[in-house]
Design a protein around this ligand. Sequence first.
Ligand SMILES: Cc1cc2nc3c(=O)[nH]c(=O)nc-3n(C[C@H](O)[C@H](O)[C@H](O)COP(=O)(O)OP(=O)(O)OC[C@H]3O[C@@H](n4cnc5c(N)ncnc54)[C@H](O)[C@@H]3O)c2cc1C
Length: 407
Amino acid sequence: MSESTRGPEQVVVVGAGECGTRAAMALRERGFTGEITLLGREEVIAYERPPLSKAALAADDPELVHPWTEEALAEAGISLRLGVEVTAIDREGRTVETTDGPVPYDRLVLATGAGPRRLGLDHVHYLRTHADAATLRDLVRRGGRLLVVGAGFIGLEIAAGARERGMEVVVVEAADRALARMVPSVVADRVVALHAEHGVTVRTGTTVTSVERHAEGLRAALSTGEGLEVDAVVAGVGAAPHTEIASAAGLLVEDGIVVDEQLRTSDPRIWAAGDCAAFPDARSGHRVRVESWRSAHDQAVTVAASMTGGQEPHVAVPWFWSDQYDQMLQTAGLPTTAVTEVVRERADGSLIHFGLDAGGRLVAATSLGRGPVVAKDIRVAEQLIATRATPDPAALADPGVALRSLR
Ligand SMILES: Cc1cc2nc3c(=O)[nH]c(=O)nc-3n(C[C@H](O)[C@H](O)[C@H](O)COP(=O)(O)OP(=O)(O)OC[C@H]3O[C@@H](n4cnc5c(N)ncnc54)[C@H](O)[C@@H]3O)c2cc1C
């Protein structure tokens, strides 16, 4: 079909989670007047996943938190089609194949998210969707002994939630420490100590080799040769980006759909954002994939800007939080891109860890403590990271120096 006979421009967004839905809305906010079709495999309109391992685990009958209503999307002229999976991208014919027939596009956004990595063992639960959360909540309500596999954010949040609801909890982790992927060890050690205070043991360097059901429950065999008698097993061992349709269509994929600084893929008609995308970090230049609620929103906004003629690169500082017991952990920036570390201990016993790059620029800050203090310091640190500040390490370490005064 020639350009002139195709009618108004058609943008198709694949994945109706937070990133895809935000991208569709942001396109309208930027004045895009063509057609927008939002295709989502799940049967429900976008909902926030972070509460699934936090408040939704603690509450008896939690409501899903929907950032947008179906009415708001309809008013914005966005055609939302739920329960529809995109099975292939025909780049030549500019059409996506779906479980509900082909859908033509002029430009395409891939916001397909990620899914839990699987252990290949029986009787193991995972947490990604609201349905997973409902299953997990029932299981936690029944009480007993829970084995959590993986001491990452999701595993540790589940451990804290289950413990607070009275379960006996053991966490096993294959790596030699908890939170190894994103959190500096000094902060991770504090998180593990917090769990120990609540009676939850984190056993590192340990994997689960089998899980078998017997009359009284489950028996999990550990790599140490021990057997654990438990009532349930849940794993949080990382997430794998949904890249299958992108790879099959010949787009560049390397632990995520590879995009440039405007989040465009190797095909100039296709953008990718959120948990599925691997983008160049504006500060380090490293290609990264960030699984974070705010990054999903920020990247959606960058995509909409780029699709409507904006030239701005994606510069938002990655930001992440986690709630465990009465403590909050927040990270701004990317700790993995730091070469020097500085720790500030606060008078209340909490701490903030700073990461600096080889040029002395602040590139990351991670804090654990009471929510308001953590939030305030990380907000300031985020601004310092965004402005590429080169603060004096001695001043960073000194709790008597206001972070606001640093440059
Ligand atoms: C339990 C849990 C707790 C979390 N806690 C935090 C937290 O405390 N802080 C934080 O910052 N982040 C947290 N996150 C991460 C955050 O929720 C994600 O980064 C965010 O949801 C990413 O949004 P997304 O739209 O990119 O992906 P998703 O939310 O995964 O949405 C992608 C959607 O695309 C759909 N899809 C995939 N493939 C197709 C296809 N081929 N066709 C049609 N549809 C498709 C999927 O079904 C899904 O609905 C948490 C995540 C989970 C699971």
